[in-house]
Design a protein around this ligand. Structure first.
Ligand SMILES: [Zn+2]
Length: 255
């Protein structure tokens, strides 16, 4: 995704990152002068090694997450082995095999610039505020707010923790993250793997997350009571809402 002068995330492979840079050139748009990395997951960092002349910026926690990938090999056997040991998850191992069907020339590169918590970048007429909001998906989860455009890049922060034995949300972490995001009264929200949404759509999306988190705390994770409370408000839960509730139930069980 491109903002003037800055790019967000490096994509899931060198090929992907190069394709993106080529498309920019093709459209007469300058290559970004800086790339912000939102979290350490493979599909956001494997493209970094293609960005040889562009500095990358990330939180200290993201750097640590990327650093932990360095010793790994990425052939099928190594991936399967890590899935077996619970270090990697099948969901990502399968996606990596798909993205790199033949040659898996993955080089893990660390971010050039790191910071903690929050950082403001003045790119000349465009101000970006980078904030680590955490969340269950990845504790290093970073959002990028473009002030002048009132646009907030959420990356994956609204997704559950996929690295747990069962996908999960926890109420405390969810509420804390949503509160931090609420500090920005953005007009447009951009969610990775989806599309730009308006503030109203964002509120609709997150309203259920927040109410489920609150009901989990109120009823101490008692599923029937939580479901009843949610249904009083919503009517019967949609498939997606039931899935969200299930992630909270999974998160309530002690791992
Ligand atoms: Zn992710």
């Amino acid at each position: 995704m491109r903002r003037k002068g800055e790019d967000i995330d490096a994509g899931n492979s060198e090929a992907h990152a190069r394709l993106f840079l080529d498309e920019l050139t093709g459209h007469g748009i300058q290559a970004p002068s800086l790339v912000a990395i939102t979290h350490w997951h493979w599909d956001h960092v494997f493209g970094m090694s293609a960005l040889t002349r562009i500095p990358t910026i990330a939180t200290e926690d993201t750097k640590a997450g990327i650093e932990a990938l360095k010793p790994f090999s990425w052939d099928d056997d190594s991936l399967d082995n890590r899935v077996e040991k619970g270090i990697e998850i099948e969901f990502c191992a399968d996606a990596i095999k798909k993205e790199f069907p033949i040659k898996r020339n993955i080089r893990i590169v660390l971010p050039t610039i790191t910071f903690s918590n929050e950082l403001t970048l003045d790119l000349g007429g465009v101000t970006c505020v980078l904030t680590q909001v955490g969340g269950n998906h990845s504790p290093d989860g970073l959002v990028v707010y473009v002030k002048e455009e009132k646009t907030l890049f959420l990356a994956d922060v609204l997704a559950p923790d996929l690295y747990a034995s069962e996908w999960k949300f926890t109420p405390e972490e969810t509420i804390k993250m949503l509160d931090r995001i609420e500090d920005y009264k953005a007009e447009t929200y951009i969610v990775s793997h989806w599309k730009p949404i308006t503030r109203n759509e964002y509120l609709q999306e997150t309203d259920f997350l927040r109410r489920t988190a609150e009901a989990m705390l109120e009823f101490q994770g008692e599923e029937t009571a939580v479901r009843r409370a949610l249904e009083e408000n919503n009517g019967s839960l949609s498939e997606e809402e039931s899935r969200t509730l299930q992630y909270f139930i999974n998160g309530w069980k002690k791992e």
